[in-house]
Design a protein around this ligand. Structure first.
Ligand code: FE
Length: 215
């Protein structure tokens, strides 16, 4: 069985946000889809280990913000490579609160849903939601998961449904590549990595230069 075929499925990159009590929180998901048009319903797949999962369960509402190709990759770092348990993810992210749920401004648009059902798998919960709010924020092309891999050079957080273990070792053996040990971003700038200032930070997850490793 060649699991790489799963990469041929098309996905976007989304911030799934909800409430942790009074506090806004969220995570990155790539598995979101429209299920019905009337009433408009959306399904999202969230790993059991994501703090956002239990928050959606308690809150009963979530928002899907559709990242664009122009969205700051740092959003993926903030929402995808940190836990909302110990990080206030919206503290430095420009956002609006729609129907009680925070949605980042830097996206193509958002869909707010109330949870109407769920399906448990061994690792993920598929939340079904009926759309209660939504708007288009930008006409920029939505970021596809392929774009994220090929252009942003990012990898899948371990909790993503599309995560493949071989991504951890996916680099060439010849020559040095500097890879962020947190998010998997591969440095490809014109300045040799060793000559970058110590203040350099990963453009995706904002971790310091010291988190990069040569592979
Ligand atoms: Fe990183």
């Amino acid at each position: 069985m060649n699991k790489k075929v799963l990469r041929s499925l098309s996905y976007g990159v989304y911030v799934i946000s909800t409430l942790d009590g009074e506090r806004h929180t969220g995570c990155i998901a790539n598995s979101a889809m429209q299920i019905t048009s009337s009433p408009a319903s959306i399904a999202v797949s969230i790993n059991h280990d994501n703090y956002t999962n239990s928050c959606i369960e308690k809150c009963g509402k979530f928002a899907v913000s559709i990242l664009s190709e122009a969205s700051d990759p740092g959003l993926i770092g903030t929402f995808g490579f940190h836990s909302g348990k110990d990080t206030d993810k919206f503290s430095d992210v420009k956002h609006h609160v729609i129907d009680g749920i925070a949605v980042p401004d830097d996206s193509c648009g958002y869909i707010v849903c109330k949870v109407t059902g769920k399906l448990e798998t061994s690792t993920h919960t598929i939340f079904l939601g009926e759309m209660t709010e939504g708007d288009v924020l930008s006409e920029t092309a939505p970021m596809t998961y392929a774009y994220y891999h090929n252009v942003v050079k990012g990898k899948s957080p371990k909790n993503a449904p599309t995560y493949l273990p071989e991504e951890d070792s996916a680099t060439s053996s010849s020559g040095k590549k500097w890879v962020c040990g947190i998010c998997g971003y591969v440095y490809e700038g014109s300045v040799p990595f060793e000559e970058l200032p110590d203040s350099y930070i990963c453009p995706v997850c904002k971790q310091p230069k010291s988190k990069f490793k040569a592979v």
